[in-house]
Design a protein around this ligand. Structure first.
Ligand code: FES
Ligand code: FES
Length: 175
């Protein structure tokens, strides 16, 4: 009796791309430099800044688009980096607190923050300064009502000193 030849079934090779099918290259312009994100395009910008670039000025607070601790400038507007995916940021201009001063040592707002002793524990302050920078860009001479539109939270209650620092910057006062 002859053995019936068994048919060998060739298993299909698993495409190498399977594990990285979500990966895309996203060009990102941050603080005047060009970067490329190779990975999950849905990664929130906050984690690209903090974990990949080690720009830790933008803070992780509520993670729900509310507190403002993660704020950065995107095309000059203050936005929450926890709530925007890198895939939506190609060809946008992103500025973090680390890049706000440009080539100068400090931005005028940072000088005013020091002069008015605006900082408590400091956690919320990068986001507060970014929000103030966006406000002064659209309202160079803001009134109280304009400053009230900044909704960033501060658990240390430094709001009056932040207000004074914004007013000082708008008035062009030196420290
Ligand atoms: S951590 Fe982004 S708004 Fe609070
Ligand atoms: S300075 Fe502490 S949370 Fe604002």
């Amino acid at each position: 009796m002859t053995d019936t030849p068994t048919r060998r079934i060739k298993s299909k090779p698993v495409p190498l791309a399977a594990a990285s099918s979500l990966e895309k290259t996203v060009p990102l312009r941050i603080n005047g430099k060009q970067y490329f994100h190779n990975g999950d395009p849905n990664l929130p910008l906050l984690w690209f800044l903090r974990d990949v670039l080690r720009l830790t000025g933008a803070k992780y607070g509520c993670d729900s688009n509310t507190c403002g601790a993660c704020m950065v400038l995107i095309d000059g507007k203050a936005q929450h980096a926890c709530a925007i995916a890198v895939k939506d940021l190609a060809r946008r201009e992103i500025v973090t607190i680390e890049g706000l001063a440009g080539k100068n040592a400090l931005h005028p707002l940072q000088e005013s923050w020091i002069a008015e002793d605006a900082i408590g524990c400091g956690y919320c302050q990068p986001g507060q300064i970014i929000a103030a920078a966006a406000l002064l860009k659209r309202k160079p001479d803001p009134g109280d009502a304009d400053i009230d539109t900044i909704t960033n939270l501060c658990r240390c209650g430094t709001y009056p000193r932040i207000r004074a620092a914004i007013m000082r910057t708008a008035a062009g006062k030196k420290a």
